[in-house]
Each structure stands twice: as C-alpha cells, then as structure tokens.
Design a protein around this ligand. Structure first.
Ligand code: TXA
Ligand code: MG
Length: 328
C-alpha cells in the first residue's frame, strides 16, 4: 500500500492558472484541459514530440487519431482544406459545442495527429477556460480524452488525477463537465453526411441543419474511423447490458452494481446502484453516466449490470457507450 503522503507527492498540480497551462504547452508539455464534454489531454498539435507524448501517456496505439481543438471558426480554413458548405453551416449552428468535424486536412497538420489519414478532426470546445487558453496559443491543441486508452473518459479533474500522473504537467480545473459525454463526430462522404460517433450533440439537432444523416457503425476495421473500437469506455469490472431485473437473478445482491435510467431495482443495496436521472432527463443522464460507471467500478463488484435508456436524443450516445462498455 502506498502511503497518502507518497500519493500526494506524485500527484499532478491542479489549478486554474492559465499562465502555467500556456507556458507548459508552449514548452511541448501536456496539460489536461476541461471541455463541456470530457477532460482532454492536450498538447501542441504542430509539435510531433508533444503529440507522441500524448500517445505514450495514454498508452494509446498510434493508429487512433486525435481531435484538434481551436478557438475560432475561421481556423477551419487554416487546418482543413475544401471545407464542405454543410460543415460551415454546422460550425455556425453548434460551435463552440460538442461537435467534431472530419475534413480534408491541411499539410501543416502532422500525419501523426491523423494517424496517416488525409482527414483531420476539428472542434471548438464550449468551456470558457479552455477557450481563453486556446485564444492565447499560436497552435491548435491535439487532445484525446484524458484517460488511459480504453477506460472511461474523465468528467472531473479528480478523475484525471486518479489515472494519469507521469507526463502530465498540469490539470486545468474547470469543474465538472456540463455535457459529460464525448462530442458527436460528423464527416462528409460523396454528398452524404455521416455520423461516425454519436455524442453530446444529438443527431436530431444536426438533421435540422443539414437534413437526413447516415450512421456509420464504428469498428476497428472501419478505415474512416480507425480508433472507434467496439470495446471502449470500459470499466475494469465485467459489464453486462440488458434487462437488469433478469440479469441480476444470476448473482447475489452483494455482488452486483446496477446502472438504470430512473428507478432503483428492488433487492439490491442502493449504494450499489446508479440512477442516471430520476426525472427522466437524458441530459442529466449523460452528465451522470461516466462518474457513475467509475463509482461502481471502484466498489470492485463481481459484475455491473446496466439497462439501456430511451434511444433518442442524447440517449443514443449513452446507449452507444453502454454497449461499448459491455463489449469488453
Ligand atoms: O468530446 C470529445 O471529442 C473529447 C474532448 C476532449 O474534445 N475528445 C475525445 O477524443 O473524445 P478521443 O481521442 O478520446 O476520441 C476521438 C475519436 C477517436 O475515436 C478517433 O478515432 C476519432 O475521434 N478521430 C480523431 N481524428 C480522426 C480522423 N482524422 N479520422 C477518423 N477518426 C478520427
Ligand atoms: Mg477517448
């Protein structure tokens, strides 16, 4: 067992000092930054050493490309080329916000960032601290979610600190993430608008701007989205998705954790249960999902049982994350 003192002395500084964050990033170091979706592990996207460090710290395979974060829509024309009209419309409607656009990349974006793909993923995050930071930098920030590869994305600075220590210079404290689930990734193929990852911007909202979209199921064999692996966002505890009242019959009440939308399951201690939103609000459910998964994982139970939420609005992204957690 480590003593508390040891844990403390190894921990990464957490604070709201933008000067510290900026200097570290300018020196090629990594800073965890808040966004409205999840915390990102950020580095200078134009500095290959910094980008390599991101992959190393996360233990992420280099075939899984990184999103770049910018502060201004006009930069689409700097870091991407041949920007589709519909991309401009979406940017106008939803940025800053939980939308990532996949566009043909400018030569100045290192291949390491896009894992060799000719397309780059770009977004403007809606968090005042990170927007201010981006406004002070002369380069975009490459930032994947600030968790070890394959684990649950962090929605508080404490989540980041609990799992990433070495190689992170500073954690910029922006509180709890307001959306709580990663951005929706949108691209354009032969005239079609494609959703590569359901996320914090509901598909219904996207369709009000660009009309009908197609969903491209993520998989490790999908070259358009190499990193969107089937098994992802997973707690360490075995995870099952289905009708929890049925699944729970195979376990004793002390052995299982439960994730449900609105109501506790009778017969299981309530401290082993996460209710995503008692009032049935999918935004609230999204906000509670990852911290709930973490809390149950920490109990080291035999199994976590989860039930899908209504498959509409943010519910699609929530169900997608639950399926991936179960695919492990
Ligand atoms: O909300 C978010 O998107 C958060 C915050 C920090 O911005 N970021 C995030 O990054 O979720 P990450 O790396 O955990 O997930 C990004 C996903 C990966 O599945 C990756 O494969 C995909 O985006 N992606 C990034 N660049 C891509 C590219 N050029 N082509 C295809 N997929 C790409
Ligand atoms: Mg991630």
């Amino acid at each position: 067992m480590k003593s508390l003192k040891n844990i403390h002395s190894e921990s990464v500084p957490i604070g709201t000092d933008l000067d510290i964050a900026r200097s570290a990033l300018e020196a090629g170091q990594l800073v965890a930054v808040p966004t409205e979706t999840v915390y990102g592990l950020a580095g200078n996207a134009l500095n290959e050493a910094a980008v390599s460090r991101i992959f190393a710290v996360k233990n992420r395979p280099t075939f899984d490309p990184l999103i770049i974060h910018v502060a201004d829509k006009a930069l689409l024309n700097k870091w991407a080329v041949d920007v589709d009209d519909r991309a401009w419309k979406l940017a106008e409607a939803f940025w800053p916000g939980p939308l990532t656009l996949l566009l043909p990349k400018a030569d100045s974006i290192p291949d390491l960032v896009t894992a060799g793909s000719p397309r780059v993923a770009i977004r403007i995050p809606a968090h005042p601290l990170t927007l201010e930071l981006l406004g002070e930098l002369s380069f975009p920030l490459a930032a994947p979610s600030a968790n070890p590869f394959g684990y649950i994305s962090p929605t508080t600075p404490e989540h980041v600190a609990a799992q990433l220590q070495k190689g992170v210079a500073y954690i910029l404290n922006g509180g709890s993430c307001r959306v709580g689930i990663e951005s929706t990734i949108v691209g354009f193929e032969e005239g079609e608008v494609i959703i590569y990852r359901a996320g914090g911007l509901p598909i219904e909202k996207i369709e009000t701007v660009v009309g009908k979209v197609s969903l491209k199921p993520h998989s490790s064999s999908n070259p358009a989205a190499p990193g969107m692996l089937k098994s992802h966002y997973a707690p360490r505890t075995p995870f099952q998705l289905g009708v929890v009242a049925e699944l729970a019959k195979a376990f004793s009440s002390q052995e299982v954790g439960i994730i449900r939308y609105r109501e506790y399951l009778a017969g299981i201690p309530e401290n082993q249960q996460i209710i995503l939103s008692a009032v049935g609000n999918l935004e609230e459910a999204a906000r509670n999902l990852f911290s709930g998964m973490r809390a149950l994982d920490a109990l080291q139970l035999r199994c976590i049982l989860a039930e899908p939420v209504p498959d509409e609005g943010l519910g699609r992204a929530i169900n997608d994350r639950l399926r991936r957690a179960a695919a492990r």
